[in-house]
Every structure is written in C-alpha cells, then in structure tokens.
Design a protein around this ligand. Structure first.
Ligand code: NAD
Length: 362
C-alpha cells in the first residue's frame, strides 16, 4: 500500500515525538511492504514564525490532499511565549481549530488502555486496576452545547446567560455509525451515553442510536445515563468497549478515562470525518517544560500512528504490530521519565531510545 501522510510536527516536543512515530511507521512499511510518503506542513507557533499565521490556506489544501494527517502538538508556554501576545485568532491554537473545521473532523476517538506494567500509576483501587481496561471514548466534536446559540442578557431586570444544546438526527446518525464501525474492529460492544431522562437532545440521540444499531446485529449495545457512566468509569472500567457520546459529555468523560490510565504520555487520539480520513495526535500538549531535552514520551504519538493504520488505512495487523511492540518494550522494563516509578527492573530511556526500542520490536 502507498500512503501519503501529511505530517505536522508542530511546536515544543512535537518534532521529537513525531520523528519517533515516523521511524516506527518506516519500520512497519519495511516489514509489511508498504510505502509511507510524508509531506511536512507547518502549523502552530512554527507557522506564525515563518508565515505570520498559525495555519496557511496552502497547508490546509495540502492536508486535504493527503490520505491522513499525523500531528505532534502545537503551542508554547502560554505565559511567556510571544505567540500569546497576538490576538486570539492569530495564536497557535487557532491553527488547530481551523484545521479541524476545514477537514470536517466530527468524531473524536480517545482510547484509554491500562498497561499491565503501568498499573501502579492507575489511581484506582488495586482490585479494580488488576482487572485492567481497554476502552475507546467516541465523542461527537462539532455539535451540542459548545456550538449552540448563546447569549447573556437582562431578562426582567436579572442578568441571564443562555446556552443551547442542539443536535439534529444527521449529526447523531453519522457519529453513531462511526461508533458501531469502530466497535466492529474491537470487542463489538457500544455503550451509548446520554441524559435521556431529562434532555430532548438525548432522547433523539437514543432513538437514532437504536436505528443505527439495527444495521449492526453483531454489536451488543446499551444505553447509560451520563451520571452513572461517570461513576462506572471509576467503579468498573473493564465493562466498557466503545463509549459513544455527545460533545460535552465526551469532553468530561474522556478526561476522566485518561486520568485513570495514569500517564498523559501514553494517550493517543484520532479525529475522523465521514470518509476514512483522519487526523491523529497525542492527547497531551507541546510540553514546553521538557521540549528539546529528548525526554518526552513518544508512545502516545506512536500509538496515534497505529490508530492511523487501523482506522484510515485498514492495516489492522500492522497496527497490532506497533501496539504489541509498545507492550513488549514496557514489559522489558524501559520507561521514559514520565512513567518511571523506580521499580526494580526498570531502565530510564530518552525519547529517541524509546523510538529505537519500539522499532526493534516491530
Ligand atoms: P501539556 O500536555 O503540554 O503538559 C502538561 C504536563 O504533561 C507537562 O508537565 C508536560 O511535561 C507533561 N507531558 C505532556 N506530554 C508529555 C509527553 N509526551 N511525555 C512526557 N511528559 C509529557 O499541557 P500544558 O502545559 O497545559 O500546555 C502546553 C502547551 O500545549 C500550551 O500551549 C497548550 O495550549 C498546548 N496544547 C496543545 C494541544 C494540541 O496540540 N492538541 C493540546 C493541549 C495543549
């Protein structure tokens, strides 16, 4: 297979971690007979420095012409970097919002997986952590409360703020289809999360999810109220496979799910549009505090590249090869500083060494 990947290394630790992910992709290409062609694009602070804007229209067009986008992270120290003296629409993050919008990315996927070797970092009780968990939080990204009409006005002499939560059936259907498609690649279970006991938007959500479910007889599905889901995530996270939910609920639940895995340096993410196109990036930011020191954990970005192989290119065994290589390297005791707990049998490695070790295990 010949895949054209737009690579946005970005700012801070972005270039360090993306370089490792490209090394791993090349190793996968060599082993399985694929060619990954990279086109590097600027976004964020590095684009401001060169072009005066966080993302040029030309970079957007090139990203659209690619098969998928691999992103590091963008932004700098928000207190000290000159990028943050610019008006909000010229700052690094404006590039991220622009590319998400231009690429029509409406489905956000954040896996939360507890590695055996990192169970000590899990803040849950030992008997819960010992069961492990492996879930995918699927969040709708472009609708709901964050994009509804809002206003603050005086009504009958009282200052009143109004936010509106709107979803139409098409927006719900397309994310539900994505959720069931992803479940078919996993353990074939969907938990659809809503607040249907209170909200009309949730009642419509439930109805459309039930319609979509009929097309996926192999997938078992259930509905769960969001407040219960927040509790179940810390009580029994092993029960979840795909958690399908709207924008705000997903925002909150995906952070909760991330937290129980123990380290931000391990968390991959993907944002998809209606086709197989997606943008793949680590969940963390540009970590300016450790940038340029070869200390960052590249695993989140390497696992994001694995997601790209699985969801944009349907290269499941190649994605498995990356995920298994990561597990093996952790089992062998290698740790970057963010996941180093000082246990016996562990060895501290730098960002590039971690990349090399994963390549060796492909
Ligand atoms: P951050 O995620 O960059 O860092 C938080 C902490 O986690 C830091 O101590 C950092 O060293 C650590 N960390 C993050 N990723 C790591 C990794 N791979 N390996 C080891 N340690 C890691 O969050 P922040 O400090 O709040 O934000 C820094 C900058 O990143 C800001 O400009 C912010 O706007 C930007 N940001 C960008 C994105 C993105 O590009 N999608 C996402 C979040 C934040």
């Amino acid at each position: 297979m010949n895949c054209n990947i737009a690579v946005i290394k970005g700012d801070g630790i972005g270039p360090e971690v993306v370089t490792q992910a490209m090394k791993v992709l090349d190793a996968v290409g060599a082993k399985f007979g694929h060619t990954f062609n990279y086109e590097q694009l600027l976004m964020g602070g590095c684009s401001i420095d060169v072009h005066g804007v966080p993302l040029t229209d030309e970079a957007v067009e090139r990203a659209k012409a690619s098969d998928a986008v691999l992103l590091g992270s963008i932004g700098g120290n928000t207190s000290t970097s000159p990028w943050y003296k610019l008006p909000p629409d010229k700052r690094p993050e404006a590039g991220l919002l622009k590319i998400r919008k231009e690429l029509g990315l409406f489905a956000n996927l954040r896996p939360a997986f507890l590695y055996d070797q990192l169970k000590n970092a899990c803040p849950l009780k030992k008997e819960i952590a010992d069961n492990g968990f492996d879930m995918m939080i699927m969040r709708e990204l472009t609708g709901g409360l964050y994009f509804g009409e809002r206003k603050t006005e005086e009504i009958d002499g009282v200052m009143t703020a109004i936010d509106t939560l709107t979803y139409n059936e098409n927006e719900i259907r397309r994310i539900a289809i994505k959720g069931f498609d992803i479940a078919m690649k996993r353990r074939k279970k969907v938990t659809s999360v809503d607040k249907a006991n209170v909200l009309d938007s949730s009642r419509l959500w439930r109805k459309i999810v039930e319609e979509v479910a009929k097309d996926y007889p192999e997938v078992t599905y259930e509905h769960m109220l969001v407040d219960n889901c927040a509790m179940q995530l810390v009580k029994d996270p092993a029960q979840f496979d795909v958690v399908l939910t709207e924008n705000m609920f997903g925002d909150i639940l995906s952070d909760e799910a991330s937290m129980i895995t123990g380290s931000i340096g391990m968390l991959a993410s993907a944002s998809l549009n209606e086709t197989k196109f997606g943008m793949y990036e680590p969940s963390g930011g540009s970590a300016p505090d450790i940038a340029g020191q070869n200390k960052a954990n590249p695993i989140a970005t390497i696992l994001s590249a694995a997601m790209m192989l699985r969801y944009s290119f349907d290269l499941d065994k190649e994605a498995d090869a990356i995920e298994n290589a990561v597990k093996k390297v952790l089992a062998d005791g290698y740790r970057t500083c963010d996941i180093m707990s000082g246990e016996q049998g562990t060895t501290l490695v730098a960002c590039d060494e971690m990349g090399d070790l994963i390549v060796e295990n492909i």
